[in-house]
Ligand binder design. Structure first.
Ligand code: DWN
Length: 397
């Protein structure tokens, strides 16, 4: 077998399955899954070992909203401009359109959304976009193709890494995409995850954390190839892959692709030993973070959480950090406010400045949005208050 396990993050709940007060009072049985991560020495694919059916995770209460951060809204706005300038598509299809943060930049009669979470699909429908609230597979692809023949650009952000059956994903994409069509995929970069010891990119929703090496191996089976690549700062460091059919000679392979591949090889992304080193750094990171919290609690410091992210669910459950350490989280997401963190049951309160100012320290659950949050919280920082981060190494910032 080619998959070699390298990381064990213990028993973990579903990272976006926030509990209600009723769940807490009724002591509703929470399901935990063993979160182990492996590396496929043949395909270079990094994946969690226990796959959970999408239907269990992406239901009609999925809380995450892309539009909750200006960082994502601006990133998608800029991307939409580039897509129109570089490709000027006749018709764009977005797989995993969430609350429409990207699609809102395209005209309604030239765009289609696919979003299985009904609560989110409702948002783009209300905005006037044709939205299929189904999981992405060949049945849906055939249905869409039967109605729309000229889809020459397919875009997907932070979605394909959540779908177990990659063959079905790319088979369906090839069925819908025109011969000279372009596929753009945006996903957290495993190389950045490695460099930042960002083990919180692993949770039950993230079946894969892709690298250019693994994406190249995945798409070549479908006569697709990566012809350009962008390094972007979203989600802790992502790669945006521009992909075309091998038969399409309109675009040359950009040198950036070769450079990224060399970077990945130079950092040992194809060697199992790299993953063992990563595991050891993760274990040290856990020890160091727990030490920081213990030291501050001994000095009776009040610590809260800032950004009740799916990522922080992995950290808190792996490090066994509960509400005797983090009194509550602050978050701006309607579907999270008033609920409790999965597994640790730390309460989540709606963001307001006075609740923040009560704290001496805030654990930065949304470290990927540090720039935006530090700008927003200039006064908190000016008043000498601090944040705690765990990436790349646990420290007070
Ligand atoms: O892959 C995934 C990515 C796209 O998003 C999903 N599986 C789940 C989700 O991951 P996450 O929860 O780790 O994503 P974010 O973008 O790091 O979440 C940011 C959180 O921080 C949101 O809950 C909103 C919150 N926030 C806040 O409370 N105040 C954000 C900002 C900017 C703020 O000022």
């Amino acid at each position: 077998m080619y998959i070699k396990k390298f990381l064990d993050l213990g028993m973990q709940p579903l990272a976006n399955r926030y509990l209600t007060k009723k769940d807490i009072l009724k002591k509703t049985q929470e399901i935990f899954y063993h979160l182990e991560v492996g590396f496929n020495i043949k395909t270079k694919l990094v994946s969690i070992l226990k796959k959970i059916p999408s239907k269990i995770i992406f239901d009609d209460k999925y809380p995450y909203r892309s539009s909750m951060s200006r960082t994502m809204i601006l990133s998608f706005k800029k991307l939409a401009k580039n897509i129109i300038n570089n490709y000027n598509p006749n018709f764009i299809l977005e797989i995993g359109s969430n609350d429409g943060a990207l699609i809102r930049n395209f005209s309604k009669n030239k765009a289609i959304c696919v979003e299985p979470c009904k609560n989110l699909a409702k948002i783009t429908k209300r905005m006037g976009y044709k939205t299929y609230s189904n999981y992405w597979d060949i049945q849906l692809a055939k249905k869409i193709k039967s109605k729309t023949k000229n889809i020459d650009l397919i875009y997907s952000a932070n979605t394909l890494s959540h779908i177990n059956d990659t063959n079905s994903v790319f088979n369906s994409i090839c069925h819908v995409l025109t011969d000279d069509g372009i596929l753009i995929i945006e996903e957290p970069s495993f190389l950045e995850c490695l460099k930042k010891v960002a083990y919180d990119q692993f949770y039950n929703e993230h079946v894969y954390v892709f690298s250019l090496s693994s994406i190249i191996n995945l798409v070549k089976k479908f006569n697709l190839e990566v012809f350009d690549i962008e390094k972007i700062n979203t989600h802790g460091g992502s790669l945006r892959y521009h992909i075309k059919r091998v038969s399409n000679n309109k675009f040359k392979i950009d040198n950036k692709v070769k450079i990224q591949l060399e970077q990945e090889l130079k950092n040992g992304i194809n060697k199992y030993s790299t993953y063992i080193k990563f595991k050891n750094k993760v274990i040290n990171s856990k020890k160091k973070l727990k030490k920081i919290f213990l030291r501050l609690k001994k000095r009776n410091k009040k610590i809260i959480g800032y950004g009740a992210t799916a990522k922080s669910s992995t950290v808190l459950n792996f490090c066994n950090i509960k509400n005797e350490t983090l009194e509550y989280f602050l978050d701006t997401t309607p579907g999270k406010i008033g609920k409790y963190m999965p597994g640790t049951h730390i309460p989540i309160k709606g963001y307001n400045r006075s609740l923040l100012n009560e704290a001496d320290y805030a654990f930065l659950g949304a470290w990927n949005l540090k720039e935006e949050i530090f700008k927003k919280e200039r006064r908190y920082i000016k008043n000498g208050r601090k944040f705690i981060t765990h990436v790349p190494v646990p420290k007070i910032i």
